[in-house]
Design a binder for this molecule. Structure first.
Ligand code: FES
Length: 299
């Protein structure tokens, strides 16, 4: 996937076709074109966990979220003639998985304090893009690419911000004023206001891109247990190995296809996650989440 500027618009190259367009809107959750927007320098991703199930106690109406840490939200959803309780939270930066434990079980323990009859029926995780100043980027993708727009960094408020992004970008294309556009200007670059976040991002990228990639892992193939994924040393190379329930081994090159950071194994979801910008891959290397647009090498 690539986009090239032409005299009268843009040419978009996909795996199978090319498309010509006067206006381009990149609404791929995490922007998948790296330059010249450089959104990977000003955003990171967070993974949150959700469970849904039935209870016999009376349910509430509305949606609730706490203000303390860890963040937990409670809401309900209709399913046939019954209502399900949905509880989410316990987020962490994507790719920093070494100590996450079983977050679904943890969530269930929290729910059971209020709803002892809770029976878990479903579980899933969600990934969200977050800008360093916590405000979404909506508007021009880059000051050197006119008529190309971006909408990203919704910080878990996707249903709200996607409506706003549609309105702001439509108004821009129609040359109308929009009273909110200034707040979300996507070409702003003021991460310095949030020094702590920027420091953490740089630390993670440096570690995953350079230090971690050079280090030779201590683990060997013999140490991988059923259901576990690890990076091991195999004939002088680093290999990401996952051992499934049938004791079959799945091996990948544990290097992210986006910008080359070393992947970490997410033991809850059985995926390989990238700590730099949050791309995710299945245990056998198939791409699940952007900004990467390619699978990693299967070995
Ligand atoms: S997501 Fe950017 S290097 Fe992996």
């Amino acid at each position: 996937m690539d986009v090239k500027k032409e005299e009268d618009g843009y040419r978009i190259f996909t795996d199978t076709n090319t498309i010509h367009a006067k206006y381009v809107i990149m609404a791929s959750r995490y922007p998948i074109i790296n330059a010249p927007g450089f959104y990977f320098l000003k955003m990171y991703q967070q993974t949150s966990y959700l469970i849904a199930g039935e209870v016999t106690e009376e349910l509430f109406s509305g949606m609730y979220i706490n203000s303390e840490k860890p963040t937990i939200s409670f809401r309900t959803a209709k399913q046939g003639n019954s209502r399900l309780l949905i509880v989410g939270g316990l987020d962490h930066k994507t790719g920093t998985n070494e100590t996450i434990g079983d977050r679904y079980k943890e969530l269930e323990n929290i729910v059971k304090k209020q709803y002892p009859s809770f029976k878990r029926k479903y579980q899933w995780s969600a990934e969200d893009c977050i800008s360093v100043d916590k405000i979404p980027y909506i508007g021009e993708y880059s000051s050197v690419m006119p008529n190309m727009y971006v909408a990203t960094g919704y910080k878990k408020w996707g249903m709200t911000f996607c409506y706003l992004a549609a309105k702001i970008i439509t108004d821009k294309i129609m040359k109308k004023e929009n009273e909110y556009e200034e707040v979300f200007t996507s070409t702003r670059f003021e991460p310095i206001k949030n020094k702590e976040e920027v420091k953490n991002m740089l630390k993670e990228v440096t570690y995953s891109l350079a230090i971690k990639r050079l280090a030779i892992p201590e683990e060997t193939l013999k140490e991988i247990k059923v259901g576990e994924g690890k990076i091991i040393e195999w004939e002088g190379k680093k290999v990401g190995v996952y051992c499934d329930e049938r004791k079959e081994l799945h091996m990948i090159e544990p290097i992210c296809a986006h910008l080359g950071c070393e992947l970490s194994f997410n033991s809850v979801e059985k995926t390989w996650d990238c700590p730099c910008h949050g791309s995710r891959y299945s245990y056998d290397g198939i791409l699940i989440e952007s900004p990467s647009v390619k699978d990693v090498h299967k070995l």
